[in-house]
Structures are given as structure tokens and as C-alpha cells.
Design a protein around this ligand. Structure first.
Ligand SMILES: Nc1ncnc2c1ncn2[C@@H]1O[C@H](COP(=O)(O)OP(=O)(O)OP(=O)(O)O)[C@@H](O)[C@H]1O
Length: 357
């Protein structure tokens, strides 16, 4: 990844940008990591904002445990099996200005279905979105397979990383205002709002197409930021410097992190708006907003089925979906707009380099 980062530096000076997206699905572990991917994302879990019904208040199993609780239906399993455990996708952001000499128009280019070249260096990838790719294209490449995994009961994650200004936040969330249905800029909506739009329609479709299964779903979300090496709850600003704990019942989780129950895409959009407006941002010397924190949005889906056509056989599935939007690093060290930025940059760099260890 360090190699890729160095190439990004060269690219910035040419005012074109690329940001890698990684989808881990299902239950990727360190041994399965793609050579270009640094590490699997953390797995937070915390207390719900409102207690669930007694029968539903159980520990969230890991992906392996979830798969053991209920085997996915054959069609769901096939869709998940066809996907690699970790998928690395590179997206190139459109140039902010045309190159003066026209030389770097194809600086990042696809060289085969599974490789790209950045200048004279080659990288293996699972997918490539060039600077003409739409938000819809990004969703189809990384978001749709995640929905299949989540509904099949597997944990799945999307991690966006890359240099500052390369389009991580745009790809992940899109402009906040575009989340509303009546907006003319709906085409700008990012992977996450599209994911939940499609997820809730598929849940409704599943319930309508197989009424005999009596499947009920429950989804709960949390949103945290890691800023200056402290974990803050984006859904409850009074909860700062939260601690990572490991307990027998809950596994590794962030203690006291708020979880909110959601049942519609509008519920999720409200949570996204609430969290993203509280995210720490800085302003660089070009007056562009930069994310100064890593943010992690998590949704846990639990599904219970009672199939009346097979002697009332019951099953349940749990999956955790994690979206990680990492802070970017400014390549130009003199770009900071003040003393704080320098300290934040140091923490961002330290945490990003820890991912590679
Ligand atoms: N594919 C794209 N199409 C159009 N505009 C884009 C695209 N990608 C990024 N942008 C625009 O480029 C700017 C920088 O993008 P963004 O904020 O997403 O970068 P970032 O990688 O998240 O940066 P940081 O790490 O500093 O938060 C934004 O104004 C965004 O709207």
C-alpha cells in the first residue's frame, strides 16, 4: 500500500486522484487479505439506544457463527461464493483541471481485467472505476455484492482509503443533500444511501415473495469517529473517548456506543446526516474541506424465519455491515492550515500506518 501511496503523491501533483475501495466479504481474515489491502476493519458493537425485545437481546455472533446458525439459501450462497473474500477496487476521481501538456490523461490506466498501471508500476485489482464512472457504477461494483452477503447472513465491510481529496467521502456517502428523494442531484448519492435503499426494498421483496417463511428483520446502526486517537460517538456527542472492550457476551466492542434501530431508508439517512455533520473536518490551504477523522458506520441485521410449510422450523441469521471512511493524508506537508492540523495529521498518519502492520 505504501507503494500505491507513493504513486498517489505523484498523481496529486498532476491533479488527478485515485482512491482504493476494499470490500471484505464474507468474514475476511488476515490470511485472506489481498496483497494491496492493509487490514480488516474493526468490529464495533455496543449498547442499543432502546432495549430490544427480550427474545432479541442476544450477543451478535461473528460471521462464522452467523453462518453456523443458519445456512444461506442455495441462490444466496451461490451469489456469495462467486465473490472473492476481499475485493480491491480502485476509483479514479475526475481531474479538477485539464493537464496543461495533456501528458497525464491516461496516467492511471486499466491494463487487464485485473490489473492497473499507475505510471510505470502495475497493481493487481479486482475492479477499476475510471474517472467517467458514475456513483451508480460504484454501487453496482461494490455495494450490490455486499447486499447479497448481508442478506445471506455474512458479515461484510467496505473500507475507503486514499490520499486526501481523492473522492473517498464522495464515493461512500455522496453529498448529504442528495440523500433526499426529491433532489435533482440524486445521481450523486453515494454507495451507503444506495445500499440501504436497495437493502430495504429487498427485505420487503423477500417478505412479500415468501410469506410462508414469516421472516422478520431487525436492523440497528451505530456511527463512530476516531479523531486524534479517541473514539467519539457521532450519534451522541456527549459520549467521547469511548473504550474498546472485549467481553464474553459481546466480543470486541466499543463500550457505551449508541445503537439506533432503523426500519426504513429514511431512518438510516437521518442517522447518516446526524453523524456526518458532526464529523471533524479541516480546511487546507486551497480552502477545500478535508476529513480529519476516520468514521465507521455499522449496521447489524438480524433475521428470524418461522417456516410454517416445514413443520414450523425456525432459523435466524445475523450479519454485520461495516462502512469505514478513512481520513486522507495531505501529501504536501506544508499544506496544514495551523498547529492543530499538524497534530491531527500526525495521528491520522500513525493510525493509517498501523493498518499496514
Ligand atoms: N467521482 C467524482 N465525481 C465528481 N466529483 C468528485 C468525485 N470524487 C470526488 N469528487 C469531488 O472532489 C472533492 C474531494 O472529494 P472527497 O471529499 O470525497 O475526497 P476525500 O478523499 O474524502 O478527501 P478527505 O480524505 O480529505 O476527506 C469533493 O468536492 C467531491 O465532491
Amino acid at each position: 500500500m505504501e507503494m500505491l501511496r507513493r504513486n498517489l503523491k505523484r498523481q496529486t501533483s498532476r491533479r488527478r486522484s485515485l482512491s482504493p475501495l476494499s470490500v471484505a466479504s464474507p468474514a475476511a481474515d488476515q490470511e485472506n487479505l489481498h496483497p494491496n489491502l492493509a487490514a480488516a476493519p474493526p468490529s464495533p458493537a455496543g449498547k442499543p439506544s432502546t432495549p430490544p425485545p427480550p427474545s432479541l437481546s442476544k450477543p451478535v455472533p461473528s460471521a462464522a457463527a452467523a453462518a453456523a446458525v443458519a445456512q444461506p439459501a442455495p441462490a444466496e450462497k451461490r451469489a456469495v461464493d462467486d465473490e472473492p473474500a476481499v475485493k480491491v477496487v480502485v476509483r479514479v476521481r475526475p481531474a479538477v483541471s485539464l493537464p496543461v501538456d495533456g501528458k497525464d490523461l491516461f496516467f492511471v490506466r486499466k491494463t487487464s481485467p485485473d490489473s492497473i498501471a499507475v505510471g510505470d508500476r502495475a497493481f493487481a485489482v479486482d475492479g477499476f472505476l475510471d474517472d467517467r464512472a458514475s456513483q451508480e457504477d460504484a454501487f453496482h461494483m461494490v455495494g450490490v455484492p455486499m447486499i447479497h452477503s448481508a442478506l445471506a447472513g455474512f458479515n461484510t465491510s467496505l473500507v475507503c482509503y486514499g490520499q486526501s481529496g481523492t473522492g473517498k467521502t464522495y464515493t461512500m456517502w455522496g453529498p448529504l443533500a442528495a440523500m433526499f428523494d426529491n433532489r435533482s442531484d440524486r445521481a450523486d448519492r453515494g454507495v451507503v444511501p444506495r445500499f440501504f435503499h436497495s437493502l430495504f426494498s429487498q427485505i420487503q421483496g423477500n417478505q412479500e415473495s415468501s410469506p410462508e417463511k414469516h421472516t422478520s428483520y431487525q436492523c440497528r446502526c451505530s456511527f463512530l469517529e476516531v479523531f486524534n486517537e479517541q473514539i467519539n460517538d457521532l450519534l451522541d456527542p456527549s459520549q467521547r473517548n469511548l473504550q474498546i472492550m472485549e467481553t464474553t457476551g459481546n466480543g470486541v466492542h466499543v463500550e457505551n456506543l449508541t445503537e439506533e434501530y432503523v426500519s426504513t431508508v429514511e431512518d438510516v439517512n437521518q442517522i447518516l446526516m446526524k453523524g456526518l455533520t458532526k464529523r471533524k473536518i479541516g480546511v487546507d490551504s486551497m480552502n477545500l474541506k478535508n476529513s480529519r477523522s476516520h468514521v465507521i458506520f455499522t449496521c447489524v441485521i438480524e433475521a428470524w424465519s418461522k417456516d410454517l410449510s416445514s413443520n414450523g422450523f425456525s432459523s435466524s441469521k445475523t450479519s454485520k455491515i461495516t462502512f469505514v471512511d478513512l481520513a486522507g493524508v495531505d501529501i504536501d506537508e506544508s499544506d496544514g492550515a495551523g498547529k492543530n492540523i499538524t497534530r491531527e495529521e500526525r495521528h491520522v498518519k500513525k493510525s493509517l500506518s498501523s493498518l499496514g502492520n
